[in-house]
Design a protein around this ligand. Structure first.
Ligand code: SAM
Length: 226
């Protein structure tokens, strides 16, 4: 992975709670954060006594390198959001400035936790579609803004392998959102649903109390039935 190609953008624990319908009981589980990048979910959960391991290829870089990349891309991202303002619902965030402030708060929180978290093996340089964890190492795997969203970059075969792998290492998997970057439902969703159901995995599309990018208000929830 080349850092120059990465657009670092990280969400908060509150956003994770809404995107994945997380209850207090869920937050007490052994959680795998898949593609967490510079989100503050791990830092906030750890501070609250939770158990989260985050995996992301971007963790090959140092805090200083990631911070520089955030600084280099931040204004362009906010300008793009301002240009495309109508593609978002401004209820959770009032406007692009507030969005920018909240994202920076989350990413700074991540950066202050990053070196400690690396020493504690909470930020690991692993990448889908294959993970080196043993079977059912986690109660719950959460994947925010990676699978389905990047349908134009990651193939259907990648999605199928990655989702099977997540169901191997965790008892339950939740993925948000189910639309691609173009704003239309991912073309892979139906095949993934069919694959799961043929493999004794209960697959449900669930409405969640988070709707920022228009059309992104559903998660996929996968649980083993046999
Ligand atoms: C849009 S960011 C989402 C960050 C975070 N999940 C959130 O919602 O705030 C996507 C993340 O996926 C990571 N990523 C890209 N390819 C990956 C892969 N094959 N396996 C795991 N993570 C990957 C990127 O490095 C990036 O940090």
């Amino acid at each position: 992975m080349k850092l120059a190609e990465i657009v670092p953008w990280g969400r908060t624990q509150e956003e994770y709670r809404r995107m994945f319908n997380l209850t207090d009981a869920d937050l007490g589980k052994r959680i795998l954060g898949v593609g967490d990048g510079p989100a503050s979910f791990n830092a906030e959960q750890t501070a609250a006594g939770g158990s989260v391991v985050s995996i992301d290829p971007v963790y090959a870089f140092s805090a200083q390198e990631i911070e520089k990349r955030i600084e280099a891309t931040y204004h362009t991202i906010i300008e793009n959001v301002q240009t495309d303002e109508a593609q978002y619902n401004w209820t959770f965030f009032q406007n692009p400035d507030e969005l920018g402030r909240e994202r920076m708060k989350a990413m700074n929180h991540f950066l202050t936790d990053y070196e400690t978290g690396k020493q504690q093996d909470r930020y690991l340089v692993y990448a889908l579609p294959r993970l080196p964890f043993s079977d059912q190492s986690f109660d719950l795997a959460l994947c925010s803004h990676l699978l389905f969203l990047y349908s134009e970059h990651l193939s259907e075969a990648f999605h199928q392998t990655a989702i099977q792998e997540l169901m191997r290492v965790a008892n339950e998997v939740r993925i948000f959102p189910l639309i691609s970057l173009t704003g239309i439902p991912s073309p892979y969703l139906n095949q993934v649903l069919a694959d799961c159901r043929s493999q004794h995995i209960q697959a449900e599309v669930v409405h969640v109390p988070y709707h920022f990018q228009k059309g992104a208000f559903q998660m996929l929830q996968l649980t083993r039935t046999a």
